[in-house]
Write a protein that binds this ligand. Structure first.
Ligand code: 5AD
Length: 445
């Protein structure tokens, strides 16, 4: 049976920035084949679900969303359904067995093949493209990157992860580390700047573990090279691994004004005992010392982190140590999660007592309450300050727009007489502070 080629596609994306970029790559390749994007799944004859498996809830959601799309397919048998992302990688053939009307499965390392996969499907067979080919065999065409949003260009520098954190499923869904060559990265950044982007975000699961595959250059060298490129106003990178953050990298943050004074540095727990059980390879002393050096190098730097509460073996005392760390460091924001057991990871086999759900829930609430107060206090100190804002969207209120400060805080502002162009820079004075955002007004440049 041959199927009709689709005319319109819809992509739904869950998870991290890597997945966001993968969705952009999927989209651009389809557009190259003449399939156009739509924001309405009802209008699409090809739907891609780009899934996340980092926590169980997200993974379950993938199958329930696919279930909803399958209902649509019952009424429209020509609808093609593709399962992508980290759950797709884990499930592979099993997904085709479970869902008889699923058309294809594409893992994160095979995103560059969506065109061929679709062609193969159209000429008859259902397709599974998973696993981890070498970087050299992966199709990564710069001209095939559609860039959604007019302000932030994302550039992958390292894919996969070689760490063995006992809670984390990423090494098995995104495979071992693969570094992109420095020259490719620099070329892509220049390409994006030529295209009009102001901000570049370098991406990697352990972004600061990047090494040029053929020279000794490390992430500090790369930061320096990228920051020196003409026309680059804002450089960010995510996610850094604490133990891999060298003094040379710390120094680069102090050296280049266009490297944003913002760093996401997941600590996961404030207890050395839990960090050991997690297999993180550092202790709180190392983390604390690193924060001190970052703040010396770049005064005022905004820091954010990830915390897991209720990791197996976590006692009240361990959790108190996390609260202490949060009070001490005063992060600009925190992403906190209840521990979720993931298939194939080592944590479920640890010989320690598991933490009851109710206990983990209460710990999470306490953590959020503490952090909310800290964020409000920090944000209140910014009232009266003026920032260069990268304008990212229209606000909810008429006459308002939204943007980001250099330290990545969300700022809603009155634009005055005339709106600023989306993707441009404008000056805004902060007038009010909330825990999760700032409010202000545009001022003359
Ligand atoms: N359970 C809960 N949170 C997790 N994370 C990763 N794996 C798990 C898990 N099994 C969190 C970590 C990581 C962030 C992206 O997701 O905090 O930094």
């Amino acid at each position: 049976m041959t199927l009709a080629p689709p005319r319109r596609f819809f992509v739904e994306t869950w998870g991290c920035q890597m997945n966001e970029l993968d969705s952009q790559r999927l989209s651009s390749q389809l557009m190259q084949q003449g399939v156009l994007p739509t924001r309405d799944p009802q209008e699409a004859d090809l739907i891609l679900l780009n899934s996340c498996s980092v926590r169980e809830k997200a993974a379950q959601k993938a199958y329930s969303r696919l279930g909803e799309y399958r209902v649509m397919k019952r009424h429209r048998p020509e609808l093609l359904l593709g399962f992508c992302g980290c759950v797709a990688q884990q499930e592979g053939d099993r997904a085709l067995e479970r869902l008889p009307d699923l058309d294809f499965v594409i893992g994160p390392a095979r995103v560059g093949e969506v065109g061929q996969v679709l062609q193969r499907r159209l000429s008859g067979r259902r397709v599974v493209a998973t696993g981890f080919p070498d970087a050299a065999e992966r199709n990564y065409d710069l001209d095939l990157l559609s860039r959604e949003g007019t302000y932030k260009g994302m550039v992958t520098i390292i894919e996969g992860c070689n760490k063995k954190c006992t809670f984390c499923i990423v090494p098995s869904t995104r495979g071992p580390e693969q570094n992109r060559p420095m020259e490719h990265i620099l070329a892509e950044v220049r390409h994006l700047l030529d295209f009009g982007f102001r901000e570049i975000e370098l991406l990697g699961q352990t972004v600061n573990h990047w090494r040029d595959p053929s020279t000794a250059a490390d992430f500090a060298v790369l930061l320096d090279r990228v920051a020196r490129i003409d026309g680059l106003e804002r450089l960010r990178f995510v996610t850094s691994y604490p133990r891999d953050f060298t003094q040379d990298m710390v120094d680069q943050l102090g050296r280049h004004a266009n490297i944003c004074p913002y760093l996401h540095l997941p600590v996961q727990s404030g207890s050395d005992r839990i960090l050991r059980l997690m297999g993180r390879g550092y202790d709180i002393e190392l983390y604390r010392d690193l924060i001190g050096r970052l703040r010396t190098s770049r005064p005022g730097i905004a820091l954010s982190t990830d915390i897991i509460v209720g990791f197996p073996g976590e006692t009240d005392e361990d959790f108190e140590a996390t609260l202490e760390l949060i009070s001490e460091v005063r992060f600009a924001s925190i992403f906190a999660f209840k521990y979720s057991s993931r298939p194939g990871t080592a944590a479920p086999r640890l010989k320690v007592p598991i933490v009851e759900m109710g206990v983990a829930d209460r710990r999470l609430q306490r953590l959020f309450a503490l952090q909310k107060g800290i964020q409000l206090e920090i944000n209140q100190t910014l009232v009266g300050e003026t920032f260069d804002i990268l304008v990212t969207s229209w606000g909810k209120q008429p006459g308002s727009q939204t943007g980001r400060t250099p330290c990545h805080r969300l700022l809603h502002f009155d634009f005055g007489e005339q709106a600023a162009e989306l993707g441009s820079m404008t000056r805004v004075v902060v007038e009010k502070a909330f825990p999760h955002s700032l409010v202000g007004s545009r001022v003359a440049a």
